[in-house]
Design a protein around this ligand. Structure first.
Ligand code: ADP
Length: 561
């Protein structure tokens, strides 16, 4: 400690030994409005420092509030004198360091600290506490003055009074204008920095009984009316890049500035004191989200993720479990519904097959017997119609039952089979009918065509071949072939019938859709069954005009095994 103090005392001497004079720039926050006033106050201070610290000279640089931070960081400023708000910001953001706190003098009395005084006109019986200010107009000097506004805002904040709670907040040019506006009744209430009221009372501008102080506080040895916390006064500080030696010299010079020196008098100071604790100012700025704290407490999405990823992960996990469970339940419900509807369909099909087809067969049987014995030609014709219609009804019922069964393809088993062999077998079974109708049936299936199919594929071939038989005239040719189409086998049945009109092609595969029937019997379900079976096999089906010029070509694509 002794060595440190001795080293401090020897600094000026050390500097004296050097002949070179170094210039140090002191940035001073402008408050009195013009530079002349500032120069007047600071010229004796600059001279005092130059005297105290040999081989050093000082230059005062006036800085406006708005340019303060930027100039301080860019313009080779070594020291600065500012209000506590700017100092706290410079310390936090730019690494500035406090050197000494200004010690003001009032009425030959040295005191420390400053704050705000909140007041209304004395005769305002409706205003007795801060809460009474809600809905009232309020005046201050500037929204960045600590004693002149922010200190009061800190008190309002503690009482949950927000800016919006006032009917208006206006700002005057000078602190004294705030006091006069309140007394003249232009505004309901206002705040000024401590000591302003006392100065005006002393000068006889107002009387003490003219104003009513709200939320009065008392601090030891503090001589002024005050409504807020007590904050430290202005500060002399160094910028981050300023060297330690010169900073020590300045500290010694300021702390030892006599109260009766020209420098102290021109500043209105009793001198300087050891740097005060500025953390209350920092706290106030944070609470008010002021200056550098404007976004304080606002969490970005990224920060939220980094801070709470585990909660988020947990929530997502629960959500995923919930989704999976819901899907599973839904699937289960659907399966149960499907099972129930399949059971209903099975029941319906059984009814169709047994309880409808059997009586229809009985009707057909009896009508055939009666037809054989009947001699009356008219009655015979009627019996023939009954027999034909019964036949139609039977084929209708069995086609509809087949289509209904195909709707649920769940339990269908597929195995690799030679579809060429199936096609040949179906064609063979139709061969006698083709001969009977005088139609030439051509097919030449020489190799195996492996595909993974269900036995029901046989119905596809028999439907298409039976249609070619039905819709082709005698003397024409029906040819069946299989073509290699890369991943698929293309099965084609070409006939030389009347063909299918272009506008009918898109819908003949729909249920009960029949093109020009020309008196040919049919249910309109055959191709719907074909389409459904091909869909189940994930294949495709279609019809084109026969390139030979007459008739159509029905084709089916089935994947190779
Ligand atoms: P249908 O029992 O009426 O034959 P399909 O579903 O098998 O029912 O056929 C639907 C319609 O397609 C038929 O009514 C017919 O008009 C037309 N059609 C099917 N195959 C052929 C074909 N080879 N030539 C001409 N028209 C056909």
């Amino acid at each position: 400690m002794t060595v440190f103090i001795l080293s401090l005392l020897f600094i000026p001497l050390a500097n004296c030994e050097s002949n070179e004079s170094q210039v140090y720039r002191i940035g001073v926050l402008t408050v009195c409005g013009n530079e002349e006033c500032l120069k007047e106050r600071w010229t004796p201070v600059v001279a005092y420092l130059s005297d105290c610290i040999p081989n050093s000279s000082f230059e005062m640089v006036p800085l406006e509030y708005d340019e303060f931070s930027q100039t301080l960081t860019n313009d080779n400023i070594d020291f600065f004198y500012s209000n506590p708000i700017l100092y706290v910001e410079m310390a936090r953001v730019n690494g500035a360091g406090r050197i000494a706190t200004f010690q003001p003098l009032w009425n030959n009395f040295s005191y420390a600290g400053m704050g705000g005084v909140i007041f209304a006109r004395a005769d305002r019986n409706d205003i007795n506490s801060l809460q009474d200010l809600k809905g009232k107009s309020f005046m201050a000097v500037s929204d960045r003055s600590l004693g002149g506004y922010l200190a009061a805002r800190g008190e309002f904040h503690l009482e949950d009074i927000e800016d919006d709670d006032f009917s208006s907040i206006t700002f005057a040019d000078y602190q004294r204008d705030v006091v006069l506006s309140v007394i003249e009744g232009n505004v309901d209430s206002g705040t000024v920095r401590t000591a302003v009221l006392e100065n005006m009372i002393r000068e006889g501008i107002i009387g003490r009984s003219d104003v009513k102080i709200l939320s009065t506080k008392e601090y030891d040895a503090y001589p002024f009316l005050i409504s807020t916390e007590l904050y430290p006064d202005w500060v002399f500080a160094k910028t981050a890049s300023t060297g330690d030696e010169i900073s020590k010299s300045i500290t010694i010079a300021l702390l030892s500035m006599p109260a009766d020196s020209e420098a102290a008098i021109s500043l209105g100071a009793s001198g300087w004191t050891v740097p005060a604790d500025y953390s209350p100012v920092d706290r106030l700025m944070r609470e008010l989200r002021y200056g550098m704290y404007v976004d304080y407490g606002k969490i970005t999405l990224r920060e939220a993720f980094i801070q709470h990823w585990y909660i988020l992960g947990f929530v997502l996990m629960i959500f995923a479990i919930f989704v999976v469970h819901s899907c599973w339940m839904l699937e289960k419900k659907k399966k149960l519904q499907l099972e129930a509807s399949n059971q209903l369909k099975d029941l319906f099909m059984d009814i169709m097959r047994h309880d409808l087809i059997n009586p229809v067969n009985v009707i057909k049987g009896f009508s055939d017997v009666l037809y054989a014995d009947e001699v009356n030609l008219e009655k015979k014709e009627s019996l023939k119609t009954i027999s034909k219609q019964s036949e139609h009804l039977t084929s209708m019922i069995s086609s509809a039952a087949k289509l209904a069964r195909l709707e649920s393809d769940e339990d269908m088993e597929f195995r690799i089979q030679d579809i060429g062999a199936i096609l040949g077998m179906v064609a063979d079974s139709f061969s006698p009918e083709f001969s009977k109708k005088g139609i030439n049936l051509e097919y030449n299936i020489v190799q195996e065509y492996q595909s993974k199919v269900n036995d029901v594929i046989e119905d596809v071939f028999s439907n298409i071949i039976s249609n070619s038989l039905k819709y082709s005239p005698a003397g024409s040719t029906v040819s069946i072939s299989v073509q290699d189409e890369g991943k698929f086998w293309k099965i084609m049945v070409a006939d030389e019938g009347d063909g299918i009109a272009d506008n009918a092609k898109p819908y003949i595969f729909d249920r009960f859709k029949r093109a020009d029937k020309k008196g040919i019997k049919g249910t309109g379900l055959g191709l719907a069954i074909v389409k459904r079976i091909v869909e189940i096999h994930k294949g495709s089906v279609g019809v084109e005009d026969n390139p030979k010029g007459k008739g159509s070509v029905f084709w089916v694509m089935l994947e190779k095994a």
